[in-house]
Design a protein. Structure first.
Length: 105
């Protein structure tokens, strides 16, 4: 199945503690059905001090389920569904169902 959400996409959170927030996808884990989004679903973790890093309590992004994410429309930034279209040159591109704008490329 074609990937509807990819690394680098701007997404909006639809459900959960961070509902309404948006951010950029930094990692997608398709087997788990989850993604890491910068600035969303941050958790506090205790980190032991090492030679390279300073110890303490750090904030890091936790994975969020793909079903709770929607692509942000390139035109107005609101959540939209994703469709696919074949261009004249034969390449398959993702389009925003809300506005019809091309999402990638």
């Amino acid at each position: 199945m074609a990937a509807k959400i990819k690394k680098g996409d701007r997404v909006v959170v639809l459900a959960g503690r961070d509902k309404g927030k948006s951010g950029e996808v930094s990692k997608v884990m398709p087997k788990e059905g989850r993604a890491l989004v910068n600035g969303v679903n941050t958790v506090q973790r205790h980190q032991r001090q090492t030679a390279q890093t300073e110890g303490g309590i750090i904030a890091k992004a936790a994975p969020i389920d793909l079903s709770n994410l929607a692509i942000a429309d390139p035109k107005d930034g609101k959540p939209t569904r994703v469709g696919f279209r074949i261009n004249d040159d034969g390449t398959k591109v993702r389009i925003a169902k809300r506005s019809g704008e091309v999402i990638d490329g």
